[in-house]
Design a protein around this ligand. Structure first.
Ligand code: ADP
Ligand code: MG
Length: 189
């Protein structure tokens, strides 16, 4: 797919009974894509299998339906793309090009830690979009642990500050939906 979605998932296919803390109305509102017109962000936090990627794709598809340009990639893929641009002396041009996309989805912040250089490139991506264009980010880690991911607590704090200044932060909870019908989540505690 042009936008790079790894699967086709819709907000309407999401089972909200499995995420009682998450309001259907909140997602319905985000699905109107107004947050993109306002250059706001969405952060989806929670353990593996709780639907972060599903909802990020759903928001991306909804945004595309509303006429916004959308690109999906993992955090590692975004950094790789920026490293390539940087090596060719066209980082600024790449960031400017990406700003023409109303929404970039950054999946899986936190699964793989970044070295200082990668962390700095990621910070530049966040900075370049701040109050200009939207990000949807997903992470298995709370913000308090992003300092470890970016191997620099000062850079992580500056990044989080820009991300959450205009953002909805949604926290998903519970067991993996992937394992919902297996014995793993029905074991007696
Ligand atoms: P995460 O990115 O949080 O690890 P995913 O979004 O990849 O989790 O979800 C894992 C699988 O379970 C996907 O196939 C997704 O569509 C499905 N899934 C997760 N949560 C729900 C839910 N509440 N309702 C419907 N499907 C869900
Ligand atoms: Mg995921």
């Amino acid at each position: 797919r042009a936008a790079g979605f790894p699967a086709r998932k819709a907000i309407e296919e999401f089972n909200f009974d499995h995420q009682p803390a998450l309001k259907r109305d909140t997602l319905a509102h985000l699905g109107t894509a107004q947050f993109i017109s306002k250059a706001q962000n969405v952060v989806l936090l929670g353990p593996p299998g709780t639907g972060k990627t599903h909802l990020s794709i759903g928001l991306g598809i909804a945004a595309a339906h509303h006429g916004h340009r959308v690109l999906f990639a993992t955090a590692v893929e975004w950094v790789t793309r920026l490293q390539t641009a940087h090596q060719h002396g066209r980082l600024a041009a790449e960031l400017a090009k990406l700003r023409r996309y109303g929404l970039l989805i950054v999946d899986e912040v936190g699964y793989i830690p970044f070295e200082q250089d990668a962390a700095n490139l990621f910070f530049q991506l966040v900075s370049s979009r701040y109050e200009h264009a939207s990000l949807v980010l997903t992470s298995n880690l709370p913000f308090s642990r992003w300092g470890d991911v970016f191997s620099d607590h000062v850079v992580a704090a500056a990044m989080i500050d820009r991300i959450v200044h205009h953002a909805d932060v949604l926290t998903l909870k519970g067991n993996s939906y992937r394992l919902r019908n297996t014995e793993i989540d029905t074991l007696p505690s």
